[in-house]
Design a protein around this ligand. Structure first.
Ligand SMILES: [Cu+2]
Length: 464
């Protein structure tokens, strides 16, 4: 799964060799690369665990954690900014920029008080930097081009050094040509575990993290448009879209933490079915207990991070998604008129004489789009897809599942498959609905005269 690139001098281009001497290059920590789009198992550091007590490692949704090496008490990492090809969903490949073979980059996971040294090698065609969002650090390590440092030119390697001073949920991203570089997928997660028991940070059995990101990819093309301001059409968790996203898996009774950061250009109300959660922290730190309240949706604004926690005490397959309904769909034509209620009967044949490709869609809603076999340009992500045990799911973006199982082993993150509802616990069809009645106040406002009661109409079959 992992390709390991050992940083022998010859492995790096001549351009980089001009900025870092051969001897210095040999001293760089290896730049580990990753090319599987699946969720990597949690990374447990070998032997030494740094400044703190052992921690339960995070799991990066459809991502991975960057290994480090210890060098005289400093944790050393090596990030390589480079062009990558990300499989956003099976069969849907996108040219992105990322780190160490993938977008997003690997998660950096350390312990409060750790001294870190991060080598950043730039293999992009333009300059970059990295800003360590939310960290307390010396001003010269903050990564804003022109303010805190000169740009990291193409082929150059820079080093960032600071102490992970406060525990929490953070992210990293470029602060050079950031509109382009973030539109191309450059970002990554950062988790700092507390050094010792912290009054506001609970131990959890599962600790997931992912970034919200968005792309503007013309159907049939493979490279995002980088000048888009708001009209993105691919809405992703960690540069993956449903049905390409893995589920979040928990054992019944587990305390689960989910850390989410938003690097899109709009807000995302993230919603989880089946449980209630609390926001226990932000990128500013842990939330005081008296300031927490139960939620099932939390809105995450641009540039914000939310850390939510719940007890996974209801078995099942529970939807987890952005509540903006356009964000759980793939690329679509927003210019399609609403045809709900329009009667096309008798119109299709004459229209097809003029335009043989004409077809009617949406006059009964868009549900049928889920099953429609439309011919799409190559490498186009369909608007709605995925199928479950009861048919098409019809999602295609910021949607995945929380899968809670009594028989999931502790520490087992593998997909347990579809939940089988116990008999008698699933919605079912009835032959005839009971009669309903309406009161006057609920009568149709356009009715010409007040009516005492109106008979509810029985549901009618779809016309064809
Ligand atoms: Cu959204």
């Amino acid at each position: 799964m992992k390709r390991r690139h050992f940083f022998a001098g010859a492995a790096l281009g001549a351009a980089a060799a001009s900025s870092v001497s051969r001897v210095a290059l040999a001293a760089l920590p290896e730049a580990v690369s990753h090319d599987s789009p699946g969720t990597a198992p949690p990374w447990t550091p070998p032997g030494v665990t740094g400044a703190g007590r052992p921690y339960n490692p995070v799991v990066t949704l459809n991502g991975w954690t960057l290994p480090w090496r210890m060098n005289n008490g400093v944790k050393e990492f090596h990030l390589v900014a480079e062009p990558v090809v990300r499989e956003m969903a099976p069969g849907f490949l996108v040219n992105m920029w990322g780190y160490n073979g993938q977008s997003p980059g690997p998660t950096i996971e350390v312990v409060e008080g750790d001294k870190v040294r991060i080598y950043v090698t730039n293999r992009l065609p333009e300059a970059t930097t990295i800003h360590w969002h939310g960290q307390r650090l010396p001003n010269g390590m903050d990564g804003v081009t022109g303010v805190n440092q000169p740009p990291i030119g193409a082929g150059k390697t820079f080093v960032y050094e600071f102490e992970a001073r406060r525990p929490g949920t953070f992210m990293y991203h470029p602060h050079a040509d950031e509109m382009t570089q973030m539109a191309m997928g450059m970002m990554g997660f950062w988790v700092t575990h507390p050094r010792s028991r912290h009054p506001l940070i609970e131990d959890v059995q599962r600790d997931y993290c992912f970034l919200l990101n968005a792309f503007d990819i013309e159907p049939g093309s493979m490279t995002p448009q980088v000048n888009t301001m708001l009209d993105f059409n691919i809405w992703a968790f960690n540069s993956r879209v449903f049905p390409g996203l893995d589920p979040l898996v928990a054992r019944l009774g587990d305390r689960v933490r989910v850390r989410v950061g938003n690097l899109t250009m709009t807000n995302h109300p993230v919603h989880i079915h089946g449980i209630e959660f609390e926001v226990t922290g932000t990128d500013g730190g842990p939330v005081p207990k008296a300031a927490r309240w139960p939620e099932v949706t939390t809105d995450i604004a641009v540039g914000q991070m939310r850390q939510i926690e719940f007890i996974a005490d209801e078995p099942g397959d529970w939807g987890m998604h952005c509540h903006k309904s356009h964000h759980t769909m793939g690329a679509m034509g927003h210019g399609v008129p609403t045809l709900i209620g329009a009667d096309h009967r008798g119109l299709v044949a004459p229209l097809q004489r003029a335009n043989p490709d004409y077809m009617v869609m949406g006059e009964r809603g868009m549900y049928d789009m889920k099953e429609m076999e439309m011919e799409l340009p190559p490498n186009t992500f369909p608007m709605m897809s995925g199928s479950g045990p009861y048919g098409p799911i019809g999602m295609g973006g910021m949607f995945t599942l929380l899968k809670v199982r009594a028989d999931q082993k502790p520490g087992d993150y593998s997909d347990p498959g579809w939940y089988r509802q116990p008999p008698g616990t699933q919605a079912y069809e009835v032959a005839q609905a009971p009669e309903a009645s309406r009161t006057a106040s609920a009568a149709h406002p356009e009715a010409g005269h007040p009516v005492a009661t109106a008979r509810a109409r029985k549901p009618q079959g779809h016309h064809h």
